[in-house]
Design a protein around this ligand. Structure first.
Ligand code: HEM
Length: 369
């Protein structure tokens, strides 16, 4: 090779790189993104992608023929213990507002739950960093381990000297990271589980402030048939839960929203879900409010970490089969159960809407034949 080529080639290459700098940069970005997406065979989410993530599928209404309070527990889908979806940022902002304006109402910890609250924050952080590595990262500086939320820019100490806050601060950090509400259940001297700590930002007819320290049995005092039909099974289930056998269950409620209500008022419902003055709601003001509840025994403290994720669907978004199942279940409720669930406020409207949709579907079928 001549001296000319030795000098000229690198110069030409340099000129080409400078001239096509943007194209080359885009190509590298695209290629690395492709490699990222291929890792583990599943797409890897970035902080921006959370806006496009569909919610974890909620359990459909089953349409049971007979009313009974049921435990209906199943093995936890551990890969999805805590979930993220497109509502993360708006709900995070609601959680911020509630923790600023109603901290005592939504967040309570008895002194004996301190260790469990720290353990809960550590478990939550480990899970989130592993499950959503592009949204949450662990940062180790000096002797302190922190979690960095890349979607919001927040950072919380989880281990080490900077993590000497009280249990309540740890539980607060945990629910600022998750979309789930989190509670700690501990066993009392009579062998009964009680609410030892709770960060319940989206409660239905109660607040941690008024019910902290209550046993599970007392918490369910207002629930018709709870004591007769599931109290014993729930006690046994909680006592037998091990760190290796986490479980989950689902619940649904019907909620009425006023046209002028914002997301905080819809999600934070300490007084209940169906005020009597909101009669005659339209189908888009009737919400099916589902809860996915998870139960994990924490290995260090031996306490139970109870998680609740809330999902909202308006009646007019409900698939026809589920609407039919709701109508079937409503008909099986004894009067006092219907009253507890607020059926007198929304029942007639749901039936009317069901009939309208059934008629519309029949007309469509007739036209197509
Ligand atoms: C396997 C365990 C559990 C079962 C089977 C269960 C079942 C239920 C049921 C059937 C209702 C009534 C829902 C409705 O309106 O139809 C209810 C309400 C409720 N549950 Fe649970 N639950 C369990 C665990 C817990 C735990 C661990 C807590 C702790 C925070 C809790 C707190 C509540 C509260 C505060 C209510 C509202 C009660 C009211 O109306 O004042 N539940 N539960």
């Amino acid at each position: 090779m001549t001296t000319f080529s030795l000098v000229a080639l690198p110069i030409v290459a340099l000129i080409l790189i400078v001239r096509h700098y943007h194209d080359i940069r885009n190509w590298i970005a695209k290629t690395t993104k492709k490699i990222d997406r291929c890792r583990n065979g599943a797409p890897v989410q970035t902080p921006v992608d959370v806006q496009r993530m569909a919610p974890y599928p909620a359990q459909p209404i089953k349409g049971r023929e007979r009313y009974r309070v049921m435990m209906d527990i199943r093995k936890l889908d551990t890969h999805n213990w805590l979930t993220l979806d497109k509502h993360y940022l708006e709900e995070h902002s609601v959680r911020n507002d509630l923790l600023r304006d109603k901290r005592d109402e939504v967040l309570q910890c008895l002194p004996e739950s301190a260790e469990a609250c720290h353990e809960a924050l550590q478990e939550v952080s480990e899970f989130l960093c592993e499950r959503y590595p592009h949204m949450f990262e662990k940062v180790i500086r000096d002797d302190t381990q922190s979690i960095h939320n890349r979607m919001t820019g927040e950072r919380f100490a989880i281990r080490g000297s900077a993590c000497s806050g009280e249990g309540i601060d740890a539980l607060e950090a945990a629910v600022r990271l998750t979309m789930e509400d989190l509670s700690i259940l501990m066993m009392n001297e009579d062998g009964e589980y009680y609410l030892a700590a709770s960060a319940s930002l989206f409660p239905t007819g109660w607040t941690p402030q008024e019910r902290i320290g209550w046993t599970i049995s007392r918490l369910h005092g207002p629930v018709p048939l709870w004591h007769q039909q599931v109290a014993n099974s729930v006690s046994k289930f909680l006592a037998r839960l091990t760190p290796n056998s986490p479980m989950e269950r689902s619940n649904y409620f019907v909620e009425i929203k006023r046209p002028d209500e914002n997301l905080i008022e819809i999600l934070y419902r300490p007084q209940g879900l169906c005020e009597k003055h909101t009669r005659d709601p339209s189908p888009s003001e009737i919400l099916i409010r589902r809860e996915r509840q998870t139960f994990r025994r924490l290995p260090q403290s031996g306490t139970i970490l109870f998680g609740v994720k809330t999902y909202l669907t308006t009646l007019d978004q409900l698939p026809m089969q589920e609407l039919e199942n709701l109508v079937r279940e409503m008909k099986t409720w004894p009067d006092y159960v219907g009253e507890y669930k607020g059926k007198d406020v929304w029942g007639t409207k749901v039936l009317e809407y069901y009939k309208t949709r059934t008629l519309a579907a029949q007309m469509k079928d007739n036209l197509e034949v």
